[in-house]
Design a protein around this ligand. Structure first.
Ligand code: MN
Length: 282
């Protein structure tokens, strides 16, 4: 199942069409303030599946290409991100002072993970708004895993069962000496899309081709098999520090080929089995 969001509506993606299945959200439990943290749609997804199928029967249809897509995850409780998790990206970051800025770029096993503000999350239709145009701002394509069930100190063999599905993530980064969390938490610097795809529809998440172009020119091309710490071990690592909750997003790290983007650019990001999305830079 592929789910997207547009105009605060929920869409079921079938090929290049989107069925408006917003009515299915009526099946969510009623909540009132203080609202629970996390993403209620993802948390309740197993129960919603029947309502989504029912709503699809009479749903209005749209062309996917005509919709301004929002982040498929409306309320991630946290965005967990892996720094330098591909060996060739580690090498390019250590070699390029414009990337490392005298920050010590070390192996992920030593650095650990970092968090991005959830206020930085947008969908592909909203685009990236450059906040500090005088500084270098880079694209980073990453496979984004969406947590489906509470994961607290999980074992490696259980880890993948906590994933509800995937989307493409762009971890947009202003280069500089500050902490990663600050430089990567600017509004619109976490793009998720084009839709959320449930894990059962993705073949082997540890063997997916990633491709990113800027204005049609290839910048990043890699495969998730080259991750230094694989997806299951990232979940083990993250959940050894904090409980992962439904709707939390795990950005698994970017491969080599990061490079600058400027207003006017168009980024196109593709991950095999997951989807492709075009994102404007303003
Ligand atoms: Mn990154």
């Amino acid at each position: 199942m592929k789910l997207c969001r547009f105009d605060d509506r929920l869409g079921l993606v079938t090929g290049d069409r989107v069925l408006d299945v917003t009515a299915a959200l009526d099946a969510l439990p009623a909540y009132r303030y203080p609202f629970p943290h996390g993403d209620l749609m993802i948390e309740n997804l197993p129960a919603l599946a029947a309502s989504i199928a029912a709503a699809a029967g009479t749903a209005k249809a749209y062309a996917l290409a005509d919709l301004k897509l929002l982040s498929p995850i409306a309320n991630p409780g946290k965005v967990v991100a892996a720094p330098v998790n591909y060996k060739k990206h580690l090498e390019e970051a250590q070699a390029d002072p414009e990337i490392h800025h005298q920050n010590k770029v070390a192996e992920i096993q030593r650095v650990g993970l970092f968090l991005k503000a959830t206020s930085s999350v947008v969908g592909p239709g909203e685009g990236i708004v450059i906040r500090h145009p005088e500084r270098r701002t880079d694209h980073e394509i990453e496979l984004a895993a969406v947590i489906g069930t509470r994961a607290d100190r999980v074992s490696r063999e259980d880890a993948m069962r906590h994933i509800a599905g995937y989307c493409i993530g762009l971890d947009i980064t202003v280069r500089g000496p500050e902490e990663r969390s600050l430089r990567k938490s600017i509004d619109s610097y976490t793009v998720l899309g084009p839709y959320f795809i449930t894990a059962d529809e993705v073949g082997d998440p540890s063997a997916l081709d990633l491709h990113l172009t800027v204005n049609g020119e290839t910048r990043q091309r890699a495969n998730t098999r080259d991750l230094i710490i694989g997806i299951a071990d990232l979940i083990v690592f993250a959940s050894s520090f904090y409980t992962l909750m439904p709707g939390d997003v795990l950005l698994t790290g970017t491969p080599e080929g990061v490079g600058p983007i400027v207003p006017g650019d168009t980024v196109e990001a593709t991950i095999a089995d997951v989807g492709d999305m075009r994102v404007a830079v303003r």
